[in-house]
Write a protein that binds this ligand. Sequence first.
Ligand code: UD1
Ligand code: UDP
Length: 372
Amino acid sequence: MKVMAVFGTRPEAIKMAPLVKMLKKEPGIEPVLCVTAQHREMLDQVMELFDLKPDYDLNIMKPNQSIGMITASVLQGVGEVLEKERPDLVLVHGDTTTSFAAALAAFYHMRPVGHVEAGLRTFDKYSPYPEEMNRTLTGRLADWHFAPTARNRDNLITEGVAPERIHVTGNTVIDALLQVAAKPYEFEEAPLADIDFANRRIITVTCHRRENLGENMRAIFSAIRDVADTLADVEFVYPVHLNPKVRATAAEILSGMNRIHLIEPLGYLPFVKLMSKSFMILTDSGGMQEEAPALGKPVLVVRRETERPEAIAAGTARLAGVERSAIRDAMLSVLTDAEDYRRMARAVNPYGDGKACARIVEILRDAVWEHE
Ligand code: UD1
Ligand code: UDP
């Protein structure tokens, strides 16, 4: 059975790498890896860490390109690879434009689609944008749905997906996180090597969502400044996403500040070490809402809503919204109220136990039998 995995951005690569590696070891499965390179540098960092070499690299990234351009390039590029490889199954991940366009290409070539990280929903078409619609449409195109949680499965059932096509597996991000967290690593370069993690409280920040670009991002960054000005033992470390729009706002509001370190995107290994050494996390990332609970780190989510409510229910994540004062107050509460911090800093695993890839491979193994 030929299984072709397609991904193109940093988070998809992190979450698909352990699965692709496991598929490579599976007798009866011939894996093909096609990367779109919707991200370039941030994808390559992950490929190197997991020692993955693609069979096809579409190299589609152009600076600041539109969502429409990404869709068109992926649709055409993946279509050509499908024509040549004719896989028995196309695996896509989550909610990026690479994932949706690759699933659409698979449909046009009448190839079955497996959707990893299926069933997450906010039910708000424009938030997160364009991810909510990307994953909803990918779900319509998919034949196999690998849902991280029971709640994700229920969302799909509500949309009319046949229950026998849905498998609750956990999220493969926990597989990746546990594999990487077990590796030794020491920071060697400034500023990380110079930070006194034992005596300072470090807040790791990331922010990149399209719906936060502009006014929301200015409010988020202003709240960070407010907290840095208020508490002298707090330092922020922010590896800034390579999106030029994000970088311009971050440089404008946060550069040149004491105790706010703007750095380049980190490889996944140093980034996991940074999260592990942090006091808390402030982010609009999807993946970090899943990783922080597993690491026992409080996470403040700078968005209005989330498709990942499990961590909020577990008490480790909190929606801080996108208003300057609300974000500042949410940070100050966790920083100044020890009881509040203790309640949030509990290691819980609502997103999986690190065995999601094994479950997916097991399901595909059964399919190989049927195939033969
Ligand atoms: C994309 C996904 C988003 C996902 C996010 C994860 C879409 C439309 N967006 O958003 O769902 O949550 O990735 O990070 O699918 N750039 C580089 N080098 C890189 C990566 C990006 O220079 O390695 C710059 C380029 O100028 C690029 C821009 O960032 O055009 C934006 O990248 P793009 O993939 O369009 O959107 P993201 O905001 O990264
Ligand atoms: N990450 C990383 N280096 C960084 C910032 C984030 O490796 O400098 C990891 C992070 O641990 C998570 C993923 O990248 O697994 C999140 O990617 P991103 O924020 O780009 O996308 P999202 O999670 O919002 O889809």
